[in-house]
Design a protein around this ligand. Sequence first.
Ligand code: NA7
Length: 583
Amino acid sequence: MSRLAGLAGEIYSWLMASDSSTSTQDSTTVVGADADVDVAVDVTVDVDVIVIGAGVCGIYQLYRLLEMDLSVTVLEAGDAPGGTWYWNRYPGARFDSESYTYGFSFSKELLDEWDWSEHFSPQPETLRYLNYVVDKFDLAQHMQFGWRVERATWDEGSRTWEVTREDGTSLTCRYLLTALGLLSVPALPNYDGMDSFTGQSFHTFHWPKDPVNLEGKRVAVIGTGATAVQLIPELAKSAGSLTVFQRRPNWCAPLHNGPISPDEMAEIRARYDEIFERCANTPGGFIHGPDPRSFHEVSPEERHAFWQELYEEGRGFGIWLANFREVLMDEECNAEFTEFIANKIRDRVDDPVVADKLIPKDHGFGIQRVPMETNYYEAYNRPNVHLVDLNETPIETITSKGVRTADTDSFQGTEHEFDIIVYATGFDAITGAFDKIDFIGVDGQKLRDKWVDSPITFMGALVNGFPNLITLAGPTAGSVSTNFPRGIEIAVDWASDLLTHMLNNGQTRVEASAEAERAWTDHVREMYGFLLLRKAKSWFTGYNANLDRPQKPRYMIYTGGNPRYRKKLNEAAAAGYEGVDLD
Ligand code: NA7
């Protein structure tokens, strides 16, 4: 018997002077605590908790729930665990935060056992890591694969969720926890003729599991975001020809990856506590935090020397997140640094016309997510790589043979012929995975309708009108780092503590109050006001022109910094879950 069934049974038998808690192998009985409320107190559910998603977040949440002795099922659309790292198999896919900041911190044994081989782990190694964790803690037996959730319906009478898959079969649970990932719904463009292309074509998220033969092939990449910036140098090495269709360039900076020697790994292992402590105290949750100096107290020469060092030697996001704070907050400071980076692009790209096309003109450095690169700019110096600027020659249609662009001097346009077209066109970020599922809450309200303009939550974890739904590291939670373990562990630990509190107090219904939710949403919007990223046309603000919705800013993440976020979560918990109605 699960702990929830057991505890609820005790309370029920005390209230009703009879023990009616029953549990079968396939179902568990949960019981409402409050006899005054008009609730069907004795309810049989399939499991206490359903977690949707077996990625980094789902894996850790499952581990925590099992520790609490609850019955749990993780439903996963893919046919194996790993989430982001299961799906994104394109060449060049890797972390751009340091590997040793990416691993789970909850098990000392795991930290002692696992060696990272590179500073920025490639996708196959990361997937191996996640499978190692699943095997080590024997978690796969609680996961069901090939289970794409179509609908989740709240039943007020029984205080349960019914979760339904595409084929109509369903499972019931008391608590529904979402671990859907920030970037798990790929967004394809809607060009005419996409289905008529006779070669191979796919979104980067769906890069085939079987090796793709690139030898001598004519390959197109559409898009130049963080994904394409990892992919393009790899394809350039092996494809016969590579044509990049660029709409808006991004500001990219060197990753400076390298192997981790056994000695270095031992040294990292000895410093894990310090590393995690550091990540806990930076705004982004990464190892890099802003330079303590003010931009203005440092002379222009010193600034440039500092930037030069960051560019030449700084690993990963250092150049973005360990820079002066003002670079991301003040237009003038941002402009000075942006020009520094523009000159680096000019230095690295041989053809000045191509270099100019690769320099963004509509936003400054770091306002959008900075793609980290290894030989990205040098790829354009290769004779087999061509850049097509879609501002000059937009894509008109996809044909059976390739891509037709509209050329101003030719009525026919130009047909570029390809064997493979890769769509690196981004995602319906953050809320997309929620929109794909029909979440039906109190009085039939749909989550999709509630969030039509922008997500509305209480600390990214709870939603008024959707009781017993916990959106782990959900929209408006933490920061962009909520999609990696430092942020995920905060979210999962908070949710686990909340459920423990409820179990200890015999409560079976949790819902954010409307007032607390409003206050959090206002706070999220206020925080966007401090950063230039509010102006970005990027997934931070819900922008993706491929999506059939108004292209206006959405408040997707909490930009007040991870320490502040964690403090607010902790304060709410310490005050007996202030802002949360428990019953
Ligand atoms: P992004 O960062 O959203 O980038 C998508 C790219 O695709 C971007 O350059 C878009 O140009 C381009 N795009 C989108 N639609 C089109 C069409 N129709 N035609 C041409 N170009 C298009 O997604 P990524 O996958 O690169 O990265 C997402 C995150 O994944 C990343 O931040 C990492 O954290 C992991 P636009 O800027 O819209 O002009």
